[in-house]
Ligand binder design. Structure first.
Ligand SMILES: [Ca+2]
Ligand SMILES: [Ca+2]
Ligand SMILES: [Ca+2]
Ligand SMILES: [Ca+2]
Length: 613
């Protein structure tokens, strides 16, 4: 069974050698021929084509929703709407990217897919000791992020739940054991996102963990139905967020309050980059039922919310994901935030915040933004969870994938009318779950089609999902990118609620060059999270081009893509890029000239680690 699946996978992967598996030839020929025809057209027109290959690669994960307590049963699909997540890491340091997907129902297992040399995957979560994480009272998994917590060169795993947060230390790629220094971890957080960042740049990666429902809410043993937001636009009763300082890889200290990050907004997503070039990583939060926040890191000593000044925090919406990306090849990060739009009911629109300059406030450089989502064609994403970024066609501009769809139930039914009645009511009504109308298997922004938004490079994006072979109308949540097979094209994993995970193999035009940079910190955290790379190259037209990317400790909605930075370069005459500038956390800089393209470069920080580990 395993052998034939392997063979099946490689056949589809290479689009050749259909002769070896007679049993499958008929169906496969039909499917492959049809796809190959359109595939060639897609490659010619868009520079790439996607193919859903989960079965062929041995990926069988199916997400199951969690149940909730009786007083919430009538709106269970809303309460249990999250929990399908994906994060990428190389758990065994063999240079092949692996990934982890979470389940939600009690008793259902999370899966770890370890990549084999032939590009197929083997499920190994039980062997590694990170499968059985969904049970009461520990909680239900909502997502995960990877970083090397103790700087031993092996990536460790943090799982956030509705329940007790959990950290697992990687034992040299063989297995994981629970971290024994979790004394300062909160007992219970209803968390939908977390991010790694070394906020004080001491070389140890710190953890920012967000709360959605308040921390005293247990959706399986509910004490009070007054646990919903107290306002649709300016809710003040969400879960607490936490900044947990990593003390030399041995334990964590809660520094939330002293760092100015106390907050009761309903945070759904967080990411971290050094947004103003200060050398210290900042925090950007997408909040439901409120405004988004831009916390600038002042010398690792405190954070200040500059959301209102920067414009990011101007208008309250239902923020669901946040991604920082250099969409316009400016050498600066724009911010993409997804929200909710439903024709005729609620048109929040997604936000694309593009930097327009900065202003100094109390010696802090505050970036200023303007929202260009409408003119860019990325405003409408329906009920949009993830807005995830990668250069899918290697043309040198970053593309967007929107995962959307809230709850697909009985076709041709609709919960929206009842929903608007309660969210438009006063605080005393909306806060109480018992006032929320029963959903009764009605569809609520369901059957929505995910979007592949291709960046033209001239400020406009075009939706090409069906044309490139990626039609998907499941209730999608998280999205992550990785290069399966290390062939220079970014493949994609989409985690769907109550459905199998979708895995897309990407085939890009061979005309387009690319380059990958894998960073390792020595003075700074070994995962190099927070380090940025500014790529400069000259294209075949003689145009000088630039793109900046940062190694991420978590982004979009409940996801983390591969830490290897992938740059598409488009058409190239030269054999090399011009210049690669690495800015490490803390502000030290290294420059590499004339690196050859269409290969992966592993670059280490120049100086040796200056602390014990
Ligand atoms: Ca691996
Ligand atoms: Ca480690
Ligand atoms: Ca630190
Ligand atoms: Ca592109």
């Amino acid at each position: 069974m395993k052998a034939s699946r392997l063979k099946y996978g490689s056949v589809v992967l290479m689009f050749v050698a259909l002769f070896f598996v007679p049993e499958l030839i008929r169906q496969l020929t039909d499917q492959t021929d049809r796809q190959q025809t359109s595939a060639e057209e897609a490659i010619a027109r868009y520079g790439f084509v996607l193919q859903e290959v989960s079965q062929e690669l041995g990926i069988t994960f199916v997400h199951q929703r969690c149940d909730v307590d009786d007083p919430l049963k009538h709106i269970q699909p809303q309460i249990a709407a999250m929990g399908a997540s994906v994060s990428v890491s190389d758990v065994n340091n063999d240079g092949l990217q692996d990934f982890y997907v979470t389940n939600s129902a009690f008793g259902e297992l999370n899966h770890l897919y370890v990549q084999r040399a032939d590009g197929t995957f083997e499920e190994q979560a039980l062997t590694y000791g990170i499968a059985d994480l969904n049970r009461y009272p520990e909680g239900s998994s909502m997502g995960s992020i990877w970083a090397d917590v103790n700087n031993d060169g092996w990536e460790d795993l943090f799982v956030y739940r509705y329940g007790k947060p959990a950290l697992f230390i990687n034992q040299q790629g063989q297995k994981f054991i629970p971290f024994d220094g979790t004394a300062q971890f909160p007992e219970w957080v209803n968390s939908n996102s977390a991010v790694w960042l070394d906020y004080n740049v001491d070389g140890y990666i710190d953890l920012f963990l967000t709360g959605y429902f308040k921390e005293d809410v247990d959706i399986w043993d509910l004490e009070d139905t007054r646990m919903m937001p107290d306002s649709y636009e300016f809710a003040t009763n969400g879960g607490k967020n936490y900044l947990l300082r990593n003390d030399g890889g041995l334990g964590f200290t809660d520094v939330t309050q002293e760092m100015g990050l106390d907050n009761r907004k309903w945070t759904l997503a967080v990411t971290s980059v050094d947004i103003n070039g200060s050398g210290y990583p900042d925090l950007i939060l997408a909040n439901d039922y409120g405004v988004d926040e831009l916390f600038l890191n002042v010398n690792g000593e405190r954070f200040v919310d500059m959301g209102p000044t920067s414009s990011l925090g101007d208008i309250p919406k239902s923020g669901m994901s946040i991604t920082a990306a250099d969409f316009y090849n400016q050498g600066e990060f724009s911010l993409y935030v997804t929200n909710i739009s439903e024709a005729g009911v609620l048109m929040q629109g997604n936000n694309l915040w593009v930097p327009t300059g900065s202003t100094m406030i109390d010696d802090v450089a505050v970036p200023l933004y303007t929202n260009t989502a409408t003119s860019a064609g990325v405003e409408q994403g329906e009920w949009a969870y993830s807005g995830a970024v990668s250069d899918l066609n290697n043309d040198g501009t970053l593309d967007l994938y929107i995962a959307n769809g809230f709850y697909s139930a009985t076709p041709n039914t609709d919960y929206w009318y009842d929903y608007t009645k309660v969210v438009g009511a006063n605080s005393q009504v909306i806060i109480n779950a018992s006032n929320w109308p029963a959903m009764q298997e009605r569809t609520f922004s369901g059957y929505q089609q995910n979007k592949v938004l291709l960046n033209s490079g001239t400020g406009r994006f075009r939706e090409v999902s069906t044309a490139v072979g990626a039609f998907l109308d499941k209730d999608s949540r998280a999205v992550a990118f990785l290069d399966i097979g290390n062939d220079g094209s970014m493949d994609m994993i989409v985690a769907n609620q109550h459905a199998p995970v979708s895995v897309y193999q990407n085939r890009t035009t061979e005309d387009h060059a690319w380059i990958q940079i894998a960073l390792t910190g020595t003075n700074t955290n070994s995962s190099a999270i927070g380090a940025s790379v500014t790529m400069q190259w000259t294209d075949a037209q003689g145009q000088a081009r630039t793109q900046k990317q940062s190694v991420s400790g978590g982004e979009a909605f409940s996801s983390q893509s591969a830490r290897v930075l992938h740059f598409g370069l488009g058409l190239m005459d030269s054999e090399t890029v011009d210049k690669v500038t690495v800015d490490w956390p803390g502000g030290s800089r290294q420059v590499f000239e004339r690196l050859s393209h269409s290969k992966k470069h592993s670059l280490s920080e120049a100086s040796e680690r200056s602390f014990d580990n």
